[in-house]
Design a protein around this ligand. Structure first.
Ligand code: CTP
Ligand code: CA
Length: 229
C-alpha cells in the first residue's frame, strides 16, 4: 500500500472532497441535518493527499475531526447546502476531481428565523423548500473535471445509483447499502459498489473507510490519467 501511494499519481491535481452533513437552520438554536459522520469523506481526502493531490475539504457538520493539517490540505467549514455550493463553485473551474461524499439536505426550512422561535399551540408545521442540487448543477457545467458522486440507499441499489450517475453527469458513483452490516453511517468500515456510465465497475468488499478511500482515489487517478484500471 505504501508502495502504491508512493507513486503519487495525483501529483499536480486539485481535488475537492465534500464531507459531513449540511445544517439547515430553523432559528439560531435549531436546525435540520442529515446523518453523516464525515469519516468516509475525510478518508478520501487523506487518500488523495497520499496520492500526491492538493486537497480542499469542504465540510459541513461532522462527528469526527478532520485530518490534521498537512502540506497540500485546506479545510473550509460550511453550514448549509447553499454555503457548500458556493464554496465548491468558487474552486470548481480550477478543480480536477470533485468527490461529493457530503450528505446534503434536500430541503431547508422556508424561513430561518433570526430569533429563537417560541413554542405556542399543540402542533407546529414546518414548511421546507428544495435546496440546490450541488452535484447536478456542477455536473451540467462540467468540462474536464472528474466527478464522483455517492449514493446511500436502502433498496434497489444499482437502479438508484445508475439513475443518479446519469442525472448528475458523474464519472463514477459510489453506492452503499446503508442497511448492510458493516456499512454506512458512523461505522468504521464500509462496503461499496462502484459504477460508471457502463454499469458496475467493482464491488469493494468490507474494508476500512481508509482502504476504501484509497481504492476510490486510485480508480479516479487511473481514469483521469487515461490508464485503465
Ligand atoms: N447531492 C448534492 N446536492 C444535493 C443533494 C445531493 O450535491 N442537494 C449529492 C450528494 O453529495 C451525493 C449525491 O448527490 O454525492 C447523491 O445524493 P443523494 O441524496 O443520494 O441523491 P438525491 O438526488 O438527493 O436523491 P434522493 O431522493 O435519494 O435523496
Ligand atoms: Ca438526497
Amino acid at each position: 500500500r505504501q508502495g502504491r501511494a508512493a507513486q503519487r499519481p495525483l501529483a499536480g491535481k486539485k481535488v475537492i472532497v465534500t464531507a459531513g452533513g449540511t445544517v439547515e437552520r430553523l432559528d439560531p438554536v435549531r436546525y435540520i441535518t442529515n446523518d453523516s459522520s464525515g469519516k468516509m469523506g475525510f478518508a478520501i481526502a487523506k487518500a488523495a493527499l497520499d496520492l500526491g493531490a492538493e486537497v480542499t475539504i469542504v465540510a459541513g457538520r461532522t462527528d469526527v475531526s478532520p485530518p490534521l493539517h498537512r502540506e497540500g490540505l485546506s479545510l473550509v467549514r460550511v453550514e448549509s447546502a447553499q454555503d457548500m455550493y458556493e464554496a465548491v463553485n468558487t474552486l470548481w473551474a480550477d478543480t480536477d476531481i470533485l468527490v461529493k461524499a457530503a450528505a446534503v439536505a434536500d430541503y431547508r426550512p422556508k424561513q430561518a428565523a433570526d430569533r429563537k422561535i417560541k413554542k405556542s399551540g399543540d402542533s407546529m408545521t414546518l414548511e421546507l423548500v428544495k435546496n440546490i442540487d450541488i452535484l447536478e448543477t456542477l455536473g451540467r457545467s462540467k468540462r474536464s473535471q472528474f466527478l464522483i458522486g455517492f449514493a446511500a440507499e436502502t433498496d434497489h441499489l444499482e437502479e438508484h445509483a445508475m439513475d443518479k450517475l446519469r442525472r448528475k453527469n458523474c464519472d463514477l458513483i459510489i453506492a452503499n447499502d446503508v442497511t448492510a452490516e458493516g456499512a454506512g453511517f458512523g461505522t468504521d468500515t464500509n462496503i461499496v459498489h462502484v459504477y460508471d456510465a457502463n454499469g458496475q465497475v467493482e464491488t469493494i468488499p468490507q474494508a476500512s473507510k481508509e482502504e476504501i478511500g484509497l481504492r476510490i482515489m486510485e480508480l479516479a487517478a487511473a481514469r483521469l490519467t487515461g490508464e485503465s484500471k
